[in-house]
Design a protein around this ligand. Structure first.
Ligand code: FES
Ligand code: FES
Length: 155
């Protein structure tokens, strides 16, 4: 049975009527209209749906509405703006990372949370932190360069 949820997303509150078992991703895309988190596998395997919940990267395709509570959700569009991009967003542009772009959301959201915990990561630490993500276009080396560039900008 549907319940009413109040979600705090990118600093704004949204009311959503949904089944408690519905994935958060569906509410973000279909009810709130945020299309930056993508549906990839739907099985927590690719990371395309990643958002932050209270600063932690989560896979919104397998996070039920009932698990969100009063937590603060941040999506890719909440990280920065075109005028004031997050360092990772700026680095992605500078390194010309995207090919099709479908995976970008997962890499940036995961890397953003990682860089909050490790300001000067080694290549190995970056690879380890991002090991659960997929890019079918093979942009991995460019992603590594972008994360290193962002770390230099923020570290
Ligand atoms: S769509 Fe969520 S991990 Fe693939
Ligand atoms: S840029 Fe196409 S899937 Fe990563």
């Amino acid at each position: 049975m549907n319940q009413r949820f109040t979600l705090n997303v990118n600093g704004k509150e949204h009311t959503v009527e949904a089944d408690p078992d519905m994935p958060l991703l569906y509410a973000l895309r279909n009810d709130i209209g945020l299309n930056n988190p993508h549906f990839g596998c739907g099985l927590a395997q690719c990371g395309a749906c990643t958002v932050h919940l209270d600063g932690q990267p989560i896979r919104s395709c397998v996070t039920p509405m009932s698990a969100v509570g009063a937590g603060k959700v941040v999506t890719l569009s909440g990280l920065g703006t075109p005028d004031k991009p997050h360092p990772l967003q700026a680095a992605y542009v500078a390194e010309e990372v995207p090919q099709c772009g479908y995976c970008i959301n997962g890499w940036i959201m995961t890397a953003a949370a990682f860089l909050e915990t490790n300001k000067k990561p080694s290549d190995g630490e970056i690879k380890q932190a991002l090991s659960g993500l997929k890019c079918r276009c093979g942009t991995h080396l460019a992603i590594l360069r972008a994360v290193k560039r962002a770390a230099e900008m923020t570290g």
